[in-house]
Design a protein around this ligand. Sequence first.
Ligand code: NAD
Length: 328
Amino acid sequence: MNKKILITDRFAQDSFLFLQQQGDFDLVRADHPHHLPLEHLVTANALIIRSRTQITEELLKKARQLQLIITCTSGFDHIDLSATEKWGVTVMYTPTANIESAAQLTWGLVLSCANNLHQAHKMVKAGEWKRDLITGIELHGRTYGIIGLGRIGSRVAELAQAFGMNLAAYDPYASDENFERFNIPRLSYEEVLKSADILSFHVPKTLETEHMLNRSHFEYLHRGMILINTSRGSAINENDLGEALSKGWLRAVGLDVFEKEPLPRTSNLLNYPNVVLSPHIGANTEEAFFKASQIAANKLFTFFTDGSTSDTLPPKAAWYGAAPFKRE
Ligand code: NAD
């Protein structure tokens, strides 16, 4: 029997054609990721989504034929997983597709911060050539602190080693092998904060990680530290970060994710020249887009062919059971 698949957001044409060639799928593309056409939603057997499509209980009530949701993302806080469990809808995600792109963007922000590239760029564009005002730091021999030694954190760590940096990492849920692989000890959160010259966050959004960097920590961070967040905006209290910036405690900050997205025009983060901002583009490489689409297409095909699943949500990870993020 034909399965109706509603694709709500960007999806690679090659993967679309791959599914079309299987012959068993009636593929429909929605015009808008937020406003799904009701006539298709009520009859869809599967949704292929990205983070712009919010899966709520309201939506699930309408989608009466729905068996499967695949999100072409590694984050999943756009999906109400207690509702999908309640309504018996299988959910899968594509957490391996974005590892390289998110790690690379993290390093893009690190390098911009370390060399003041963002300020140098602005200066030259403004017709100025004040070379003495732009002085960077060298990373070699410094300590890179990683919070969350999972898929992306580990790739970021590999790249830090390639730069000749020492590593320090905090992750209470990662296996010993994750640490042994880099030949580094398990440290406490405070130990990493105190030792890192560069600190980056690679944690999921949970109750435990919410505002895990706040006023109580800024006072004992290395003065002149570079702080990066490409994971979830909720990990850093932005008000407290603004205070630390106004006191001159940080050399530079690179952020791809924010407490509220899009970042409000009133955000104090817009006022500091040593803050580099990007609009949540950690997954936005050509390769990540194609990988996520094809992984999703393969998962969908095997699910409807032999019922097999992989990368199901809620995740089986210990951190999820310990402190899942509760949707408001
Ligand atoms: P992952 O699950 O592989 O790694 C997350 C790690 O965080 C795990 O090892 C886990 O044990 C650890 N962790 C959980 N709770 C913790 C806590 N309280 N303290 C310290 N560590 C904790 O996930 P990943 O694929 O590496 O992704 C990391 C984050 O990056 C996710 O939030 C994901 O949504 C985000 N992400 C953002 C972009 C972007 O566009 N900016 C792209 C891809 C992924």
